[in-house]
Design a protein around this ligand. Structure first.
Ligand SMILES: C[S@@+](CC[C@H](N)C(=O)[O-])C[C@H]1O[C@@H](n2cnc3c(N)ncnc32)[C@H](O)[C@@H]1O
Length: 222
């Protein structure tokens, strides 16, 4: 999802595997590897040293985007954090509302929080992808600021553009989200509020329809 030729900034980089991959594979000429803690940045330094890419990767101690200047990168990546934290970090960084910049996220949980932020704040989710690694399902998405706010269905924050991804992993991902929401719905019906139950019923029915309408290719990737 990182555009070829773009300078990348990986927020929450830990071992800097992603920036290393991007520069070693000629996708990014250079990259920033940022983390809020010193320990992960030490891991990052080991990776950078071992591949001798010190001239291409800048290590940066930064809480979210706080210590990054807008002109320093084109594509900004956050992987492995929760969607709620991602939403907090992106929402306080107003300069990300720039049509030239791309935000790429792989939320570990609560993907709906970052999708909701994108939808409500004029960012367009361009596409999404899903995969399985070590038996665990992951999803990732790329978004850009357009300034336009378009009305979405009630379940969009849960499905996003994954419904258009033709990989079986995308369908599996949405099935797992919907089964979690259905459990929540059952619990709400017993102990919770009627309004929440009504909302969840609408979301799960819509998601079911979306999932049933998904086309998957036999090949691994679109
Ligand atoms: C689970 S690791 C993910 C590492 C890597 N991005 C990946 O996907 O494999 C999360 C990383 O995010 C960092 N992190 C957490 N909160 C952060 C914040 N506010 N700003 C920058 N980094 C943060 C943590 O220190 C940790 O290194």
């Amino acid at each position: 999802m990182v555009r070829k030729g773009s300078v990348a900034a990986d927020i929450g980089t830990d071992h800097a595997y992603l920036p290393a991959y991007l520069v070693l594979n000629g996708i990014s000429p250079k990259a920033l590897a940022c983390d809020v803690r010193r320990g992960p940045l030490e891991n990052a330094k080991k990776t950078v040293d071992s591949y001798e890419i010190e001239d291409k990767i800048t290590l940066r101690l930064s809480d979210g985007f706080d210590k990054i200047e807008p002109f320093e990168a084109d594509d900004f990546i956050m992987c492995g954090m929760g969607g709620t934290l991602m939403e907090q970090l992106v929402s306080r960084t107003h300069w990300l509302k720039d049509k030239r910049k791309r935000i790429i996220v792989q939320p570990q949980s609560h993907a709906e929080d970052i999708r909701r932020f994108f939808v409500e704040n004029g960012f367009k989710i361009l596409f999404e992808d899903a995969c399985i690694d070590c038996g665990k399902l992951y999803c990732a998405m790329a978004a850009e600021y357009t300034g336009e706010i378009t009305k979405k269905s009630v379940s969009y924050i849960y499905s996003g553009e994954l419904s258009k991804c033709r990989k079986k992993e995308a369908k599996m991902f949405l099935e797992s989200i919907n089964s979690r929401l259905k459990k929540k719905l059952d619990a709400e019906r017993v102990h919770g509020s009627a309004d929440t139950a009504e909302y969840l019923e609408k979301v799960t029915l819509e998601l079911e329809e979306t999932i049933n309408g998904m086309q998957t290719d036999s090949k691994k990737h679109l």
